[in-house]
Design a protein around this ligand. Sequence first.
Ligand code: GRF
Length: 198
Amino acid sequence: MNIAVFSSHDGSDLQALIDGCKDGKIDGKVCVVISNNSDAFSLERARKENIDNYHISSSVHHDANDLDLKILEILENHNIDIIFLAGYLKKIGIPILQKYNNSIFNIHPALLPKFGGKDMYGMNVHKAVIKAKELVSGVTIHRVNEEYDSGDIVAQTQIDVIENDTPETLSVKILDCEHTFLVEVVNDIVSGRIKLGK
Ligand code: GRF
């Protein structure tokens, strides 16, 4: 299976996916990386691994439709089966959602449907979890639709929030957990245990 990864920042989840494919834990290949952020370290990770990578953003493609068409062209050129959003902070356009219906997934660093939606990303999520005095948090992988964090949940794993946890300690634990969980779940997708929409 050919996987496209969209990433806006560091790309540690991207790296976990690349390594999972290289180690044979995922029967697939990361064929292309797309970022809306030209400074994203994820683009550098892709370059180091000789993976085609593209900076596609509204600063270059002013028209939203042009931007979606450019992304679609790249996905089609790489015969992409699955799109994985790993720390990608932009909404996915309708033409892409229609073409890759139910085959686009996102990873979120909390137990959706709690602590999701607009502005619920990065440390904002962990701050909200600690503020709400939750006893558990975790990782959610869900299908992507036109709203933030609201598509069907395909997998979740929990992590205890302990008394001394801060947003920072929780973020480290969760990111670490993501790197293992992501590989397991993407392999479930690739191997058909979690169905694609096509
Ligand atoms: C993770 O917390 C993930 O859930 C998210 O962005 C973070 C991954 O960042 N939505 P990165 O892969 O290290 O850039």
